[in-house]
Design a binder for this molecule. Sequence first.
Ligand code: ATP
Length: 316
Amino acid sequence: MRVSVRNLTKIFRVGSIFSLKKLVAIDNVSFEIGSGEIFSLAGESGCGKTTTAKILLGLEEPTNGEVLYDGIKLKDFVENEMHFLKKVQTVQQNPFSTFNPFRKVEDYLFKTVLRFKMANTKDEALRLIEEKLSVVGLNFDEIKGRYPSEFSGGQLQRISIARALLTNPSFLVADEPVSMIDASLRISIVNLFRDLKERFGISILYITHDLSTAYYVADKLAIMFRGSIVEMGRAQDILDTPFHPYTKLLKSSIPVPDPEYEWDENINLSSTEREEFFAKGCKFASRCPEVMSICRESVPPDFDVNGRVVKCWLYK
Ligand SMILES: Nc1ncnc2c1ncn2[C@@H]1O[C@H](COP(=O)(O)OP(=O)(O)OP(=O)(O)O)[C@@H](O)[C@H]1O
């Protein structure tokens, strides 16, 4: 499935009723995820990755711009809710919150098959579940009768990927899918995403703070900073030779995501975040080692540097 994101903007109102301010969480963002392509959105906490994902999933309304799935407007696609939920699936950061701790994992898988009418009989459902579990390197006997707490994070994330596959999706949104997994198991999970792309042609939005897994898995990479894409192009090119000063910084000091982070959070901006979001000119200027006077005055446009998008005055 081809996913086109055009001039997406999301403005939140933050602060108390006495000091309401507009926070441009996503600022005119455009990108294209080709069919069977892994597109990674990377950046530190609060840059707008999750808000972008929520808009793509129809969970948040954009203030401006549009999302097209194979040329169909998101609004029209979402209208047929069951079809949309089948074709567009998610894998969350915390596999333990995907599953109800008091229910056996298999119940959850059967429930998904039932809800989406993916099988006519229990035997058929079991066959489908077995098929999807085998894609992620597990079999039904390994999960039978067991509760989420009896699995490691890595195993549970594999099961949640199998769950997402039950509906034969064309597009998968994976939000920090390996950040809570033991470091030694990360690559094996990341490999699964590559498999899904190669074997089934699934397009994947891979959201991460971890550039090393992005290097390994992503075809294209977009680096986000305070709501804007500051660099975008072929993942390996960007990570071999980053152009934007923020990408260089990110490459040398990878930020750690907050494991307590939940999608429905209370919003509390840190002082740096506040300062940068409301800055005039380039939002990275106050931290940029290569800052020039123009950076504090005007927002840089997108420059094309060897086929790569770079939002930085250095490349004028
Ligand atoms: N409902 C909301 N109301 C107000 N501000 C919000 C809301 N949701 C997100 N924000 C703000 O928008 C900005 C982008 O948030 P978002 O969660 O998309 O970032 P992120 O890159 O996904 O961060 P993380 O890696 O922590 O998930 C942040 O400053 C956040 O505080």
